[in-house]
Design a binder for this molecule. Structure first.
Ligand SMILES: CSCCC(=O)C(=O)COP(=O)(O)O
Ligand code: MG
Length: 239
């Protein structure tokens, strides 16, 4: 069982496989995109879509072709830019709400959630769970509300993204999150779990405890990474 009171979780490569994002979420987004952009460039554009489109640079918003190519290229390159992440969340909503999209979390994640959010005391394993992902907060909530084992959002205390907290590779972002979790929270009481070594390094710079999560399909770790950081393959040892 971990000694920290607060657990902050990355999403892609940590609670779900990278393949869910690359092979399911991104293709869904790219397939739905033409219809969304056609609506936007129609004579009667949907007002709720407007702010998402307005977030892209004016130079690429000049035509359907230009905007489509720009967004497609960002998606294929897996750019973690906030305007793309916000639009992806907007587009995924329908997929989750119709049941076409469902997030397959790793089995040990459900088990850890049961303990962390279901136990009645710290001694029995209760922990405060937060999410910090490059995906927008809206997209994070959708994902946890539609997992293969149901809605987990009731057990999550808060969500952070690059808009609310900053880049995941900057120590300053982790300092900001710690302040949001609680003014009286010592950074060493927070455990961050991520597949990304740069994120782990940044969290540690901010005084957090942080472990690399090594899941099937993640980027390979070097011997140096394994020496410098604690590496776990699942959440079993944390509960
Ligand atoms: C919750 S949104 C889906 C995943 C996503 O778009 C993403 O960029 C995930 O990045 P992470 O920081 O969770 O590795
Ligand atoms: Mg990740």
């Amino acid at each position: 069982m971990i000694s920290q009171k607060y657990v902050v979780l990355d999403i892609e490569g940590t609670v779900c496989a990278i393949s869910f994002v690359k092979d399911i979420l991104f293709p869904y987004f790219l397939e739905a995109l033409p219809s969304k952009l056609n609506h936007h460039f129609s004579s009667c554009p949907p007002p709720d879509l407007q702010p998402y489109i307005d977030a892209f640079p004016p130079t690429v918003r000049t035509s359907y072709d230009c905007l489509y190519a720009y967004i497609r290229d960002l998606t294929i390159a897996d750019k973690k830019v906030s305007e793309l992440k916000a639009l992806q969340g907007y587009v995924w909503r329908k997929g989750y709400e119709t049941g076409e999209l469902q997030a397959p979390l790793f089995p040990d994640v459900y088990k850890a959630f049961d303990v962390w959010t279901g136990a009645s005391s710290f001694e029995e394993g209760k922990r405060n769970v937060y999410i910090y992902s490059s995906g927008s907060v809206d997209a994070q909530i959708l994902l946890f509300a539609h997992t293969e084992q149901g809605d987990l959002t009731g057990g999550i205390q808060g969500y952070f993204d690059t808009v609310s907290a900053g880049l995941k590779t900057d120590a300053a972002s982790y300092i900001k999150i710690a302040e949001q979790i609680g003014n009286d929270v010592d950074p060493s009481e927070i455990l961050f779990l991520s597949d990304n070594v740069k994120e782990i390094t940044a969290a540690k710079e901010a005084g957090w405890e942080a472990y690399i999560v090594e899941r099937p399909g993640n980027a390979p770790l070097s011997e140096e990474d394994r020496t410098a950081h604690e590496v776990i393959q699942n959440f079993e040892s944390l509960i």
